[in-house]
Write a protein that binds this ligand. Structure first.
Ligand code: ADE
Length: 249
């Protein structure tokens, strides 16, 4: 899958492509990471990429010509890719969106706005989709594009060491991930729950399900409102309620 980022700060993006699992994915040719400096497409003597908004107002806008030329070049290199504008006005990114993007496997060209935004004519003619990573405003779209690439790339088969890893991720089926422990068995007086050392796979599965439900209930109850409880989850919750009742009696 091709990831292309159009930016005025290529160092930020290139460094991201050169580290961790993303670099590994690139080395294994599972993904490509391409960075395009929009300034290279300015024909202006001073390589200007911004200008004042017509009608006045504060701040500057990204000029249309260099941006259009950069998008065209990126599309030429990766014709199936979708052009995505990073903007706080876009649809909110989440794990479902990450799955959708990874399974479409079509390639993504990210436009990272700077200044007050981009010229409306580029926006209306060249952008396929607008995405926001949350209801807050950053100085540019670079961090947002890296958030998206990171979460989409790790879903591409073969990129994570263990192909099953993401199946227990938080937000799968609207539940948070269960509690996890590694060695030592006892750390500062706190012991690993016995069931995890038991080797009984069914008991471990049920313990994890309960841990996942408890965490979701305590940290993100809004997720439980969205998805109904399965029969097994209802049983777990009933037992949990019973235990709490016993505790207060
Ligand atoms: N650019 C600035 N703020 C942003 C946000 N919240 N999401 C995506 N792109 C942005």
């Amino acid at each position: 899958m091709d990831f292309t980022v159009l930016t005025l700060f290529p160092e930020l993006i290139n460094s991201f492509f050169e580290h961790g699992m993303i670099q590994r994915g690139i080395d294994k040719k599972l993904i490509t990471g391409n960075c395009v400096n929009v300034r290279d497409f300015s024909t202006d003597r001073h390589h200007k990429v911004d200008d004042k908004p017509y009608g006045g107002g504060s701040g500057m806008l990204m000029k249309p010509e260099p941006l259009k030329a950069a998008i065209e070049m990126a599309k030429e290199k990766s014709p199936c890719s979708k052009v995505v504008l990073m903007t706080p006005q876009g649809a909110r990114f989440n794990q479902n969106k990450a799955f959708e993007m990874a399974s479409r496997n079509k390639g993504l060209i990210f436009i990272c706005g700077r200044y007050e935004g981009i010229d409306e004519r580029v926006y209306t003619t060249m952008i396929d989709e607008e995405i926001s990573i949350g209801d807050y405003v950053m100085t540019g779209g670079e961090l947002a594009s890296m958030v998206i690439i990171d979460s989409v790339a790790r879903l591409i088969p073969g990129l994570l060491g263990c192909s099953e890893s993401f199946k227990s991720d938080s937000f799968i089926d609207d539940r948070l991930e269960y509690a996890q422990y590694t060695r030592p068995e006892e750390f500062e007086g706190l012991k690993v729950p016995d069931v995890l050392l038991s080797g009984n796979h069914e008991k471990i599965r049920l313990w994890r399900k309960r841990s996942s439900l408890q965490r979701t209930f305590l940290k993100r109850p809004d997720l439980l409102e969205k998805g109904k409880l399965s029969d097994e989850e209802k049983q777990i919750v009933t037992r949990w309620c019973q235990e709490l009742e016993d505790l207060v009696q």
